[in-house]
Write a protein that binds this ligand. Structure first.
Ligand SMILES: Nc1ncnc2c1ncn2[C@@H]1O[C@H](COP(=O)(O)OP(=O)(O)OP(=O)(O)O)[C@@H](O)[C@H]1O
Length: 721
């Protein structure tokens, strides 16, 4: 029922030879040869949506290339209007088609009802005016009053009210169903797209901001109006407001056309609408938005940064211990004052021209101007034909015109902002994970039952924003079933190399060949099915012990015996057994690493939750990795300092298990193993050792070979034993 498809993704970020992370700073404005995207890549790009969105976020006169913070309102300028129209042309139709395909009949009913409902208030006004006139007639007549007409009007009014309520009920139910369906589809797409993204793609600040604005767009379907967002339903509701507006204007016209000159009627309506334009005449500031100059924009980011330092529990111990409170307050206050215009006051934005005229603000004359709308009423009252009913109807219609106009005005204003968020949503759906090979280059993984054969050729990797490569000229090879220990000084690139081999980070040049296939031609998801790991900074989920271990092989989450076996192999059984509810105990991660798995974070039974020591958490992480390592399709095990918090006995047991897992009972190789360690007594167990320094492998060989060489490894080994 909900299998919708947006237009197929038309291009691939991955196809660009230039790192995507460099784009935000140079494209499209800076077209210098250094920054301009390669010509071939530029031809591939559908310049429009992403670029128009990016351009709408660029602040004017801004050399530092600051951008509006995500979600900030775009100023209503000629340039932004043309960008909005460009974006609308590109994606509004697709988007409407998507909503239409979901529930065409319900949507048609919704639109028709909203238009139809717009004339209800005018009917209501007429009906009530007629009743009032009858009542007036009742009191002014001298006994010859026909009560049946009044009764008929009252009955009709009751029927009209009942009908209106029934239609309202039906319409809001219909809208609810539509809204929930669309909400589901939008959230589903967004979640899928977020899960498809790899780390190199999300490292780009502009991509993160794109996704943030896309998220705001999706949230607008929740009916959360306080983000200054517009749900498409608000747009549909506008149809109702417009038809209501016209029906009231018609009522006013028919009431006053005989007694009031046309110009006066027009003046009266204009005076009514005058307050709507006040926000344009008297600018004010909201919390996050409308920071239209670089200083305000930077201050907005700074204020949020320090607010988060003050509010986030993860930072609390350091904030308390190092007495950071005054420093946080100082920085937050200075930034907040700028965003509120209390400091570095921009005279034009404050309206302080210094002239006498400036003393009279548009707000002050509001009362004077709005009083004009009573003129036709006075004229109507002077005319003998004016009745009490028409007097009430006139007042009601005037009020309703203001109300409907305000609705329309707000909707148009929000629609303008929403166009950019829609652009962000559409562009975010087109982002292709950087590590995903193009379909025409894609190759299937070739399994190797004796472990993964790995050849690394001249790999270079630089972190985004860094000038120095974290890995340079890395080359080595491993035969299936071999064990490699990576050792070296802090910051020498060991974890980076592990993450590159695990296809978490994308190398910028060189080649990695696994089982004879270039790894960059493999689907990373398929490749990951054949590896298992313990990361240096592994995740500590705020979830049960079962989940914390079971996510290693998610299909076996319910298989208690598989989880118990993995815990047993990682020497974690006694940790589980000591927990109050065993595998069902909810583990409480240390502050700041709280990744909740649907566990209530407040109000739940606190006695069920349980903290663990660093070493115990490490055993849980090793169990998680062993859950997967036991599977036959897993050919490579990567452990980044897996036993750094374990005592010597536990460490030996874990490495014995790793050896057992990587070989058959008869000693045949099964899995290739790479581990990073600072304990060189452990490293000597490996077939090969890579000694790293400053991002390069400076020595490579067996323990004995490296000792014989008497170089950096030998010196480090002697220092460690
Ligand atoms: N996210 C990052 N952004 C920028 N630079 C980084 C990032 N992560 C690591 N680096 C840098 O890359 C280099 C290699 O880091 P890496 O974590 O690979 O070292 P390591 O050998 O594993 O260190 P350790 O033994 O301390 O764990 C270091 O200079 C580090 O500062």
């Amino acid at each position: 029922m909900m299998n919708l498809t947006l237009k197929p993704i038309q291009y691939y970020w991955a196809s660009l030879s230039m790192p995507f992370a460099e784009w935000p700073n140079c494209y499209p404005r800076d077209t210098s040869p250094k920054c301009a995207p390669p010509r071939a890549a530029a031809n591939l790009l559908p310049r429009p949506i992403f670029e128009a969105w990016l351009e709408s976020r660029t602040l004017p006169n801004n050399d530092a290339k600051d951008r509006l913070s995500p979600g900030a309102q775009r100023a209503v300028t000629g340039q932004n209007l043309s960008l909005a129209s460009e974006i609308s042309k590109k994606c509004a139709l697709n988007f409407c088609a998507m909503i239409w395909n979901l529930h065409p009949y319900r949507l048609t009913i919704l639109i028709l009802f909203d238009i139809f409902r717009g004339i209800f208030p005018a009917f209501r006004g007429y009906s009530q005016a007629m009743i009032l006139d009858e009542v007036q007639h009742l009191f002014s007549s001298s006994g010859d009053f026909d009560l049946s007409r009044l009764l008929r009007l009252l009955v009709l009014e009751v029927i009209r009210t009942a009908l209106e309520s029934a239609l309202d009920l039906f319409s809001s139910n219909n809208e609810q169903i539509l809204n929930n369906s669309i909400r589901f589809v939008m959230e589903q797409r967004q979640m899928e797209q977020r899960l498809r993204m790899d780390i190199p793609t999300m490292e780009s600040a502009v991509v993160r901001e794109l996704f943030q604005e896309a998220d705001l767009f999706v949230r607008s379907f929740n009916g959360v109006a306080n983000f200054g967002l517009l749900s498409p339903f608000d747009l549909i509701r506008t149809l109702g407001s417009v038809s209501e507006l016209f029906s009231h204007i018609f009522v006013l016209y028919s009431l006053t056309r005989n007694e009031t000159p046309g110009v006066l009627s027009l003046l009266s309506v204009a005076s009514l609408l005058y307050p709507l334009f006040l926000p344009w005449l008297t600018p004010s500031k909201s919390y996050y938005n409308d920071h239209q100059n670089p200083l305000e924009s930077r201050s907005a980011a700074k204020q949020e940064h320090f607010r988060s330092l003050a509010q986030n529990d993860a930072y609390r111990p350091e904030v308390i211990l190092f007495g950071l409170g005054p420093w946080i307050m100082r920085n937050w206050s200075s930034a907040r004052k700028v965003t509120l215009g209390l400091e570095h006051v921009n005279p034009t934005s404050q309206g302080g021209t210094g002239s006498l005229f400036s003393l009279l603000t548009p707000m002050d004359i509001t009362g004077l101007i709005t009083a004009l709308h009573n003129v036709p009423l006075v004229l109507a009252l002077q005319a003998s034909s004016a009745s009490l009913g028409s007097f009430t109807l006139y007042r009601n219609s005037l009020q309703s015109i203001v109300y409907s106009s305000r609705n329309c005005y707000n909707t148009v204003n929000l629609a303008f902002q929403s166009v950019f968020l829609l652009g962000a949503f559409t562009a975010s759906m087109q982002v292709k994970p950087k590590m995903q090979p193009r379909p025409d280059k894609l190759q299937r993984y070739t399994p190797s039952p004796r472990g993964m054969r790995i050849e690394v050729r001249d790999i270079y990797f630089t972190y985004p924003g860094s000038t120095e490569p974290a890995l340079r000229n890395i080359s080595f090879s491993l035969e299936p079933g071999e064990t490699l220990a990576i050792v070296g000084f802090n910051g020498s690139g060991k974890s980076t190399l592990a993450n590159v081999l695990l296809r978490i980070l994308e190398f910028e040049s060189g080649q990695i060949v696994v089982n004879g296939c270039d790894v960059s031609k493999l689907d990373p998801t398929e490749y990951h099915r054949h590896v298992s790991t313990v990361f240096q900074g592994f995740a500590k989920f705020h979830a049960t012990a079962r989940t914390n271990i079971g996510v290693g092989s998610i299909d076996e989450l319910k298989r208690t015996c598989a989880i118990e076996t993995a815990a047993d192999l990682a020497d974690a059984s006694h940790v589980i057994n000591s927990l109050p509810r065993g595998l069902k105990t909810i583990l409480e991660p240390p502050q700041g690493s709280n990744l909740s798995f649907g566990v209530p974070t407040c109000g739940g039974p606190t006695h069920e939750r349980h903290g663990l020591s660093g070493g115990e958490w490490q055993r849980i992480a090793i169990s998680r990795s062993f859950m997967r390592a036991c599977r036959p399709e897993v050919e490579l095990l990567v452990f980044d300092e897996p036993t750094s918090s374990l005592d010597a006995h536990a460490q030996n047991r874990v490495f014995n298990t790793i050896s057992e897992l990587s070989k058959t009972a008869s000693g045949e190789p099964l899995k290739t193993v790479i581990f990073i360690t600072h304990r060189l007594s452990t490293a000597r167990r490996a077939d090969k050792i890579a000694m790293m320094d400053h991002g390069s492998i400076i020595e490579f060989g067996s323990h004995q070979e490296l000792l014989a060489r008497n170089g950096a490894y030998a010196s480090l080994y002697r220092a460690s034993v």
